[in-house]
Design a protein around this ligand. Structure first.
Ligand code: CP
Ligand code: NVA
Length: 353
């Protein structure tokens, strides 16, 4: 297996894997809080290994005969494609249930849905609204459940982000990551947890109204105290972005939020746009990351509508930064597939041995 790093926790993850001690078979993947640093690093190593195999054209279809259900109560490009391609590469079949194509929550309870799908599939992906829904699905499911995004967390995105950061810098521990914009939603919350778990320094640089919830901040500070990472919340762009290795952001209005909120969000967050000044303040070493989709120009229907209504041409990130050599967004997007493949492989019992 490739990808063993020099940092202590990574070395341990590799050793555990070689000795066969890291068994994630049967586990759900609902949020990173449920996973230890060693388990997260193990999944990154497995993703790196699967990525290498894919590049070399080595088949990894060891899960032939299995099938997975992909439930999307919100739309998706990356997550859906990543699950479908990854499942196919592993030899599995997929069934996609779109936002209008299932009875879930409408005519059939989450618990009944979980029990029905467990009888037909070896794994279930769920993208939707409250975290409590995916937690309930997992509670009643007899097969692993993977969170493809909820309002609160986006854990598969985190593995892709971590793999991308590690590929670029060579390590995670000690990396300074600043998140700008809406830090109280799925991506901001999850990046804070990822940093705390893996010893990275997380800064939420935004209006205090958009800081992550106090209880999650407290939990992450406690975890960071043990990992060597840190959690900082600041409204000051100058100090919040100075020297950052990674500047990350996300859309200012997330899926499921009402359109009426755009005016307030633009007013609240315009000072926290990732632009050239921010990147220069961070320094030449800094990279830009975004889970995508991004509003960096007016070439989307919503971007054009919002742009016309509020007189803006770019929102959370300028097109200049998005398209610059410091931007890792498309590497990050590709890594969704390799990391999701690792999650399915590990929880469904992939084995090299
Ligand atoms: N980053 C992400 O989750 O993208 P999709 O919404 O396209 O799946
Ligand atoms: N915060 C965004 C993430 C999209 C991948 C949303 O929930 O819409």
């Amino acid at each position: 297996m490739g990808g063993c790093r020099r940092e202590l926790s990574g070395t341990r993850a590799c050793r555990m894997r070689k000795e066969g001690e890291m068994d994630l078979k049967g586990r759900d993947f609902l949020k990173l809080l449920d996973y230890s640093a060693e388990e997260i690093l193990y999944l990154l190593d497995l993703a790196a290994e699967l990525k290498e195999k894919k590049k070399q054209g080595v088949l990894v279809d060891r899960l032939r005969g299995k099938n997975v259900a992909l439930i999307f109560e919100k739309t998706s490009t990356r997550t859906r494609c990543a699950f479908e391609v990854a499942a196919h590469d592993l030899g599995m079949g997929t069934t996609y249930l779109d936002p209008s194509g299932s009875q879930i929550g409408k005519k059939e309870s989450i618990a009944d849905t979980a029990r029905v799908l467990s009888g037909m599939f070896e794994g279930i992906e769920y993208r939707g609204y409250g975290q409590e829904i995916v937690e309930e699905l997992a509670k009643y499911s007899g097969v692993p459940v993977w969170n493809g995004l909820t309002n609160e967390f986006h854990p598969t995105q985190m593995l892709a982000d971590a793999l991308t950061i590690r590929e670029h810098f060579g390590y995670l521990k000690g990396i300074r990551l600043t998140y700008m914009g809406d830090a109280r939603y799925n991506t901001g919350n999850s990046l804070m947890v990822l940093c705390a778990k893996t010893g990275m320094h997380f800064t939420a640089c935004t209006s205090a109204k958009y800081f992550p919830a106090e209880e999650l901040v407290r939990q992450c500070k406690e975890i960071a105290a043990g990992s060597g990472g840190s959690v900082t919340l600041t409204e000051d762009v100058e100090t919040g972005t100075r020297g950052a290795d990674v500047i990350s952001t996300d859309v200012w209005v997330s899926m499921g939020e009402p359109d009426e909120i755009w005016a307030e969000r633009i007013a609240d967050l315009k000072d926290y746009q990732v632009n050239r000044k921010v990147m220069e303040n961070a320094g030449a070493q800094a990279v830009f990351m975004h889970c995508l989709p991004a509003f960096h120009d007016l070439k989307t229907r919503i971007g054009a509508e919002v742009g016309e209504k509020f007189g803006v041409t770019e929102m959370e990130v300028t097109d200049e930064v998005f398209s610059s050599g410091q931007s890792l967004v498309f590497e990050e997007a590709e890594n969704r597939m390799h990391t999701i493949k690792a999650v399915m492989a590990a929880t469904l019992g992939w084995s090299d041995r």
